[in-house]
Design a protein around this ligand. Sequence first.
Ligand code: TRH
Length: 386
Amino acid sequence: MTDPQRRPRWDLFCSVVDNYGDIGVCWRLARQLVAEFGLEVRLWVDDLHSFQRLLRSLDPTRDEQIRRGVCVRRWGEPLEPEPSVADVVIEAFACTLPASYIAAMAARKSAPVWINLEYLSAEAWVGECHGLASPHPQLPLRKHFFFPGFGADTGGLLRERGLLERRRAFQADSAGLAAFWHRLELPQPAPGELRLSLFSYGSAELPALLHCWSASPRPVFCLLPEGRYAEPVAHWFGQEGAEPGAHWQRGNLQVRVMPFLEQDNYDRLLWACDLNLVRGEDSFVRAQWAGRPLVWQLYRQQENAHRIKLQAFLDRYTAGLASGPARALYDFWQAWDRETGVAAAWPAFIAHYDALMRHAEDWIERQKKVGDLATNLVRFCRGSRL
Ligand code: TRH
């Protein structure tokens, strides 16, 4: 008999392989499942060194450690000691569970709920596939596909309880904002300045964009995370190396290289900036919750398959937006993705800043109706107890 007092146990498997986005999503989800639902969560990660970049207090030499209430476990194969199977098992982004663990799942008296947490997409087919089950070819197990997304027929987006309220309070608190910039050792924004964050996969159009900003009548202050994509920016300024703290200026553009921040602080940075250029999946979602205009660079896929995703999102996002700002946003995002025409598209994009700012909040109101991913996932798992 199961003990009614026992907290439900969830195992979340995440393969990192030098990809911060996936562990970024899993780490947020794991924390939220613990903090808001009182679940016992084990997060299995195959590359603790990469994870440590997001979570500095993590010790990559340890097999097991508790962080923010989550039990972080090294995912090596074989899993040692062989763990007991959890009530809910999530394989994130189609990673492959260890064969021995799957066998143990099948041997369990009542099969666990098995979820494949999928990648985010705004495409319409996602709603049709969300929640579908696929029986295991040999074992008495069924895997469910859980899709994050933007429509009411999807699992929604990760959004912690009270996040939007915290974000709005932060943005309304001018002393708190000043203290935030101070803590990051950044100057206070100059009058009329456009402060932006630039998290990208690099672009052939980067020099054109930097040129636009340096020639802009308005001062532009660009915050650039450290890493290999900061190097081309250093070169544009005629510099070598892009260590955190590096600061360059040309014309009306200043660039500061930032250390990689922990997620909560990165969120605050997005909230504090006027504009955020983001990428991938997790920073893209967080920039939406920042309630500020954003620009999305997708992870490039073979045969430009990512362009279908971009189009699908643009169609959803610009619905309800007046034609002028919608066109400007569409043109700039497309130019950034296709690495052509960025300089031509920038003036209209920035001219519609106020409308895009209002739209950012309207979009949030629409997304709130979908509910948040963790709540939807917990409900789904409770409803599909097999
Ligand atoms: O790292 P990414 O490019 O991840 C992507 C996506 O997951 C995509 O789906 C996947 O297919 C591809 O990798 C291979 O970008 P993303 O998703 O924004 O993840 C970055 C994470 O890093 C996110 O959790 C935010 C976090 N971050 C910080 O915590 N501090 C920082 O200073 C910065 C710049 C990012």
